[in-house]
Design a protein around this ligand. Structure first.
Ligand SMILES: Nc1ncnc2c1ncn2[C@@H]1O[C@H](COP(=O)(O)OP(=O)(O)O)[C@@H](O)[C@H]1O
Ligand SMILES: [Mg+2]
Length: 246
């Protein structure tokens, strides 16, 4: 098992947001994390990368155990070198070009020399179809193009896993497809991905595993086909009936 996430708990004030989330992830898994708004999906992903500190819980990554409540800065930095995060709102540096957005993590983050970083960045930007916009600034791009740059930036650091938090939710409908196509290709290349999403076609056809959350709990985790065709939990059956009636 590449990633064993165990019993993650998190409260904000008196509000329990994560009430013991566990998940196993194998290398090459694409896990779609589904659930209604407010169910704790974003908080869960953020805890895994220490963007948020869990109250308790652990994660074993490549056999090394990380306490999600208290871990030293160096361990966090080491963990983050194996991971990347793609946000709903892209989080690109607006005062940097497309090329600089991708090279920055390689030069200042990983100490790669500039020439090498630019070569890696170009290769990744080619993969997402953005190599013709190297000198553009984010606000000169569509949302779909910005998100593809953000995905190139995530891929460039050669992570073992990429966390996506609703990567297409901020996009106009006609731009969603180009981002999903890039993610599908990434999945086919064997990248391990945890993807919070409302895109049911992606969950059904690209992800191989689904975790459905509600109220800070896991309702059901199942292989995607089973989740959509033969779920166990009544709550999931109801969810499937609803999306089929859309
Ligand atoms: N920093 C925070 N402070 C207080 N409450 C928060 C914070 N972040 C999230 N929450 C609350 O936690 C709950 C779960 O949020 P979130 O993880 O964003 O859910 P989801 O991504 O599934 O919509 C929500 O009720 C939200 O208002
Ligand atoms: Mg969210």
């Amino acid at each position: 098992m590449m990633l064993e996430i165990r019993d993650v708990k998190k409260s904000f004030g008196g509000l329990t947001v994560l009430d013991g989330i566990s998940l196993d992830v194998e290398k090459g898994d694409v896990v779609a994390i589904l659930g209604p708004s407010g169910s704790g999906k974003t908080t869960f992903l953020r805890c895994l990368n220490y963007l948020e500190t869990a109250d308790s819980g652990s994660m074993t990554f490549d056999g090394e155990k990380f306490d999600l409540h208290s871990t030293g800065k160096r361990d966090i930095a080491r963990l983050r070198r194996k991971t990347a995060f793609v946000f709903q709102n892209y989080n690109l540096f607006l005062n940097k070009t497309v090329l600089q957005n991708v090279t920055l993590g390689l030069t200042s983050g990983m100490g790669m020399d500039k020439k090498k970083a630019e070569a890696v960045a170009l290769e990744m930007l080619e993969k997402v179809g953005m190599a013709d916009k190297l000198q553009n600034y984010p606000n000169q791009l569509s949302g779909g193009q910005q998100q593809r740059v953000a995905i190139a930036r995530a891929m460039a650091t050669n992570p073992e896993i990429i966390y996506f938090d609703e990567p297409t939710s901020a996009l106009d409908p006609e731009l969603i497809g180009e981002v999903l196509a890039v993610m599908r290709k990434l999945a086919e290349d064997g990248m391990t991905m945890l993807v919070v999403t409302h895109e049911m076609d992606f969950a059904r056809n690209v992800s191989n595993k689904v975790m459905f959350m509600e109220g800070g709990k896991v309702v059901e985790t199942a292989p995607s086909k089973q989740f959509f065709e033969n779920p166990e939990e009544e709550r999931v059956k109801e969810f499937i009936r609803k999306i089929q009636n859309l």
